[in-house]
Write a protein that binds this ligand. Sequence first.
Ligand code: ADP
Length: 377
Amino acid sequence: MLVVIVGVVLILLMALFITQVFTPAGVAQAIEGLAAAGTDAARQQESEALLRAFRRSVLTSVAVAALGAVIAGVASSLVLSREILRPLRDLADGSRRIAHGHYAERVEMPGSDELALVARNFNQMAEALQQVEQQRVTLIANVSHELRTPLTGLTGYLEGLMDGVFPGNEETFAQLYQEVRRLSRLVDDLQDLSRVEAGQIALQIERFDLIPLVERVVNQAMPLAEAGSLSLALVEPPKRLEVIADPDRTAQVLLNLLSNAVRYTPPGGHVELRVAQTGLEVRVTVRDTGIGIPTEALPYLFERFYRVDNSRARRSGGSGIGLTIARHLAWAMGGELTAASPGAGQGSTFTFVLPAAEPRLPQRGMRNAERGMHNTA
Ligand code: ADP
């Protein structure tokens, strides 16, 4: 725009300059000069001089206009390129610093043009990278913290054995074995966690009857429940309920929910399972009368290494990743896993949803069972 404006202004000036040279008085003078020329040769000379003056004035004004346009063009392109290049250079510097690990880097770009949009997207990307880095640091801290607990136990027992504080009898070896089991369980869980989070878990999706599987898992968890003086029951299961999922992973999720329910329910309590279908969803609800989950803890329940009561969960061998794995497995099978609890001390309900093999109309019993639950995660 600047070059165009300068060009137009100079052309106007040039036109003004030419018209000034060729004023009526000047033209009259030239005509007089021509008339005064006595001979043809003198007239020829006069008209040639006139033509030369005309050409000179036109050329001079065009040259001045061209020079002005060139200067204006060069100056404006210098200014513009600096305006565009500066933010681009900022972006290049910012991305280089991020590549070197400075994730707090942000670029500033006022305005609302395309470059500002690029800057905004760049800053969003930097923020996402910063969060991933933060999660990575937290994960390493959590994993090393979790590994330290069984390792400290093992070291203590072994030192006690070496110093003769602990006798080398069956009981001590059983304790050592427990610690090693705990360690290997944790490593297995971590491996599962990394696989499910990376979406690399191999699933054997098939159509199968869920009822026998649930019965098997309940039988598996029965000794645990009996050891904790709890009642564990599968309530009014339908005869047959087909789902489309991975049977082994389904059993893994259910066993995790049941062992949690048993672990977090004091003696004398109840744990019950219900299986029902609504539309295209099969819901398995695991309800216990245990310690419940405080409302403020519900949103974090499925986060890795999260434990409502750290000391209690750790004493019972919990690492806080069971539910994270279970939810990822439910998602991977096209289902869902949610938790609900009216509050601490009031029991909890976990709902595991799986895709049904065939649709069915909503069941009234299931709806009623869900009413009354307030806080969910
Ligand atoms: P953990 O191995 O510690 O049990 P989970 O991921 O399975 O890890 O559970 C995370 C946390 O959720 C537990 O530490 C516990 O605080 C809480 N939780 C899980 N299930 C229940 C339940 N049925 N009742 C009360 N709290 C529960």
